[in-house]
Design a protein around this ligand. Structure first.
Ligand SMILES: C[C@](O)(C(=O)O)[C@H](CC(=O)O)C(=O)O
Ligand SMILES: [Mg+2]
Length: 303
């Protein structure tokens, strides 16, 4: 009731322990606090908080317009509603290395279990679009070092994301991505998010090159094929995210329902697709609030 009973420190420790097991952890993207509860109910391992979703939620494109306060604030709202660890998208860290340091401490304060910092230039772009540019390796490493030095909880997971793969075509792109990933591990990254890998073989090459946990981004309509959790587990990936998928599903369904309202003037034919009132109340633990109230107040009218 009200919020998660697991502390941020416990969530971070749990994430570290699960990662050490070598199994693949599944992190669907929560597009709001309520959907984080659903992700937990359905038995997933963690909740991903996407920058693209956070921006889209405000009606903005994902081009680095959202601020640290907005991201940390929304992250806190989502993280506190679940017992699961949450990993958040910290984009480029919101500025220079000193800003990155502040970002990490804000995300720790927000109860987040870990984040990724990417090597794109500012302003950033979606990792699956063409025309991205990345900073040089020293600048990228400085961001990671600043992040690692700033954290107060050693279990806060600092993941380095590299977008360099998509900046060059063919096998050369993969080689430079591997070099960049190694440099970021040397800078202290706990895990690597190799963005926009094209094939399973590319993920496998990356797997063979570094021995920290690796994340696979299964975002739709992008550069990667959509591999199954089993395929990714089989090649030794450690975390898979479906960052924007639940928002895409919800927005797709909303669009179709609005069409039905236009066409038919009612939604009687779509009740099966809706989350039932009873399921919503169950998810927000309505009964527990009733019990709490009844222990405090007496609503009976005295005569
Ligand atoms: C993972 C990502 O950074 C995000 O913000 O969710 C995006 C997802 C997307 O735009 O599809 C990315 O891959 O850059
Ligand atoms: Mg992002």
């Amino acid at each position: 009731m009200l919020y998660s009973k697991t502390t941020a420190e416990q969530k971070r420790l749990a994430l570290r322990e699960r990662l050490a097991s070598g199994e693949l952890l599944r992190f669907p993207g929560a597009f709001n606090p309520l959907s984080a509860r659903l992700i937990e109910r359905k038995g997933f391992d963690g909740v991903y908080i996407s920058g693209a979703v956070l921006a889209a939620d405000l009606g903005l494109p994902d081009i680095g317009l959202t601020t640290l306060s907005e991201v940390a604030g929304r992250g806190e709202q989502i993280a506190r509603m679940t017992e699961l660890p949450a990993i958040i998208d910290a984009d480029t860290g919101f500025g220079e290395p000193m800003n990155v340091a502040r970002t990490i401490q804000s995300l720790e304060n927000a109860g987040i279990a870990g984040c990724h910092i990417e090597d794109q230039i500012n302003p950033k772009r979606c990792g699956h679009l063409d025309g991205k540019a990345v900073v040089d390796v020293d600048t990228a490493a400085k961001r990671i070092r600043a992040a690692v030095d700033a954290r107060r909880d050693p279990n806060f997971l600092i993941m380095a994301r590299t977008d360099i793969r998509a900046t060059a075509d063919g096998p050369m792109g993969l080689d430079i991505a591997v070099d960049r990933a190694k440099a970021l591990v040397d800078a202290g990254a706990d895990a690597i998010f190799p963005e926009a890998m094209r094939t399973l073989e590319e993920f496998e090459t990356m797997r063979g090159a570094v021995d920290v946990p690796l994340l696979a981004n299964m975002t739709e309509f992008g550069k990667s094929e959509l591999f199954s959790a089993q395929q990714l587990a089989d090649i030794g990936m450690n975390i898979v995210i479906w960052p924007v998928s639940m928002l895409r599903i919800a927005m797709g369904a909303t669009g179709r329902a609005l069409d039905t309202l236009n066409d038919e003037g009612h939604l009687r034919g779509r009740l099966d697709e809706m989350q039932h009132r009873a399921d919503l109340y169950d998810l927000v633990d309505y009964e527990a609030y009733n019990r709490f109230d009844s222990g405090v107040f007496n609503f009976e009218v005295e005569r």
